[in-house]
Design a protein around this ligand. Structure first.
Ligand SMILES: NCc1[nH]cc(CCC(=O)O)c1CC(=O)O
Length: 318
């Protein structure tokens, strides 16, 4: 018997709610009789909005409470930005569905300057991510990189209030919330290599729940799933979290092969290790792991160790 009710856990931020409503719209379009309820929750990451992300630490800051709701039955599925989902899921949960990817690139937003090159030498640039900071400082060592947290609307008002000359944030969030016209310039992957999973929405659920699977599996985009699989395998091998400047971005070529670029940098941009690898998309996870190991050999292991992380451990084997 098909399921008649679907409870969806989400964070309360405007972007999270937009993403969850998008999932609800798509399920509703395929199964008009299903009654959908949003379960809006506050996560630890939403509470500590004034602390720089890199200092908050911990994994799964934006997902843990949603996972608890899945495990205790308060919700049937949880909708996440893939960028925020830790590499290892709790026992009993799975993440089988990833929606088609929105623009995965970072955006340059400024009210006075048209691109990074136009900024003054000591420009004040706001960003919440060490990955963006590292790549930015590598090219423009004079920039003052200032922390920028809060939801998308808050970040734009901080720019408008003159706190920064420019800010960097994900294009996807801006576009989804209708702020696409605020994007002064999209940074291509060579200028700012995107984060693992950036621009992709994932659906987490209880393992072995066929009724729920029936409702959500048609939403899966196989191309996005294979790209995100490579990126997450890369990140898992590096044992990366928010405290490390790591970028990882996979694309599919026209012939179906997968091409992935990765980087590990010093937060201050004094060193950025980059590598790329290409192979059959059927080996997405293996390509991600091999790319990570190449970077570790080329010196990324030293950066990760200095940051107090422990990347050199046996491969997890999956
Ligand atoms: N770290 C917060 C976060 N998680 C997902 C997005 C954007 C949307 C996406 O990548 O899907 C953002 C905001 C940002 O990085 O500017």
């Amino acid at each position: 018997m098909p399921k008649t009710e679907l409870k969806i856990a989400t964070r309360k931020s405007p972007l999270a709610v937009w993403q969850t409503e998008e999932v609800a719209r798509r399920v509703k379009a395929l199964f008009p009789d299903v009654q959908i309820t949003l379960v809006k929750m506050t996560t630890q990451g939403d509470v500590m909005l004034d602390t720089p992300l890199a200092k908050v630490g911990g994994k799964g800051l934006f997902v843990k409470e949603l996972e608890t709701a899945l495990m205790d039955g308060t919700a049937d599925i949880a909708v996440h930005s893939m960028k925020d989902v830790p590499m290892e899921l709790p026992e009993g949960l799975e993440l089988p569905v990833v929606l088609d990817r929105e623009d995965p690139h970072d955006a340059f937003v400024s009210n006075q300057y048209s691109c990074l090159e136009d900024l003054p030498e000591n420009a004040r640039v706001g960003t919440s991510s060490l990955r963006r900071q590292s790549q930015l400082r590598a090219r423009f060592p004079g920039f003052q990189v200032l922390d920028l947290r809060g939801n998308v609307n808050t970040r734009l008002s901080k720019l408008d209030n003159g706190v920064y000359d420019a800010i960097l944030l994900a294009s996807a969030g801006l576009k989804r919330l209708g702020f696409g016209e605020r994007i002064t310039r999209v940074l291509d992957a060579d200028e700012s290599l995107p984060a693992i999973g950036q621009g992709a929405i994932g659906i987490e659920c209880r393992a072995n729940d066929p009724e729920v699977m029936e409702l959500i599996s048609p939403l899966n985009d196989p191309d996005t799933l294979v790209r995100v699989t490579a990126e997450r395998a890369f990140n898992a091998r590096l044992n990366g979290g928010c405290q490390v400047p790591i970028g990882g971005y996979a694309v599919l070529r026209e012939d179906g092969s997968l091409y992935m670029r990765g980087l590990v940098g010093e937060p201050d941009g004094s060193l950025v290790h980059r590598a790329s690898l290409e192979g059959p998309q059927e080996q997405a996870a293996e390509i991600g792991v091999a790319l990570a190991e190449q970077l570790l050999r080329e010196g990324a292991d030293r950066i990760l160790r200095d940051l107090g992380l422990n990347p050199v451990q046996p491969p997890s084997g999956d």
